[in-house]
Design a protein around this ligand. Structure first.
Ligand code: 13P
Length: 262
């Protein structure tokens, strides 16, 4: 890890109920009171955003409220969709786009991901652009071209000013929810390539400032090793973010990595 402030996100996906989301939010807030050198965000399901926001406020927490997705149109006849303004109205500051489950289960294309990303940053929120190759793509040796395509397409027409509101999450699809994790060397290599690509697109300074998180079966037992890699600036956590006893130690691993203690 470098002098970039690490960021760790808890993507709760389509999990928890009203009581569980409140309990999880309280547990995470209370467990991370002393953490200042890591940005921490939670991404609850839409119906629980307001309840989680109320908990963050009542406890004066610095945890950031995130949303798992958004629709790019400002309003209108888009049944079932949610706009950036609705999210902002609910206190959301940071939004995922292009998560592999959106791409591969819900069929979102690179072009749709780009529309969403632009809507998020245009509205003044931060975007997390998720990219990652499938197992078949990795076996075929296509990891780098796939990631390059997703990053270039995701950031198409995003200006240098707006790109400072973007974090990239590298989440190899084969590592998500499978218990298989990229080795720190594999993650480092892809992250370094993404940073080189950003340098080519936006210049070295922007690339040095851009945070690139790793996601895919991050656990307390492997977080420290992953976060030690120089281009890994934190993690996007799925399954382990649903348990306070796992998410808190993962954030603490990022905190220790940022202090050079691992
Ligand atoms: P898991 O941590 O459950 O593998 O999920 C990772 C992820 O998809 C986070 O967005």
């Amino acid at each position: 890890m470098s002098d970039r402030k690490p960021i760790v996100g808890g993507n709760w996906k389509m999990n928890t109920n009203r009581a569980e989301s409140a309990e999880l939010a309280r547990g995470v807030v209370d467990g991370l009171r002393d953490v200042t050198n890591v940005d921490v965000a939670v991404f609850p399901p839409y119906p629980y955003l307001l309840a989680v926001r109320a908990i963050l406020r009542e406890r004066s927490s610095s945890l950031r409220l995130g949303a798992q997705d958004v629709y790019h149109k400002p309003d209108g006849a888009y049944t079932g969709e949610v706009s950036t303004e609705m999210l902002r109205d609910c206190g959301v500051e940071i939004v995922l786009c292009g998560h592999s489950e959106r791409r591969h289960v819900l069929g979102e294309s690179d072009a749709v991901v780009n529309l969403k990303l632009r809507a998020i940053v245009d509205s003044g929120m931060e975007a997390v652009l998720c990219v990652g190759e499938t197992l078949d793509e990795r076996i075929a040796g296509h990891t780098d071209p796939v990631i390059q395509r997703q990053v270039r397409a995701g950031l198409a027409d995003v200006t240098g000013d707006h790109v400072s509101s973007v974090t990239i999450a590298y989440e190899p699809v084969w590592a998500i929810g499978t218990g298989k994790t990229a080795t720190p060397d594999d993650a480092q290599s892809v992250h370094a390539n993404i940073r080189r690509l950003i340098a080519g697109m936006y210049g070295q300074d922007t690339a040095e400032r851009m945070r690139i998180m790793y996601g895919g079966s991050v656990k307390p037992s492997n977080a420290a090793e992953l976060f030690k890699a120089p281009d890994v600036d934190g993690g996007l956590i799925g399954g382990a973010s649903l348990k306070v006893g796992e998410f808190v130690p993962i954030v603490r691993a990022a905190m220790a990595a940022a202090r050079g203690q691992v």
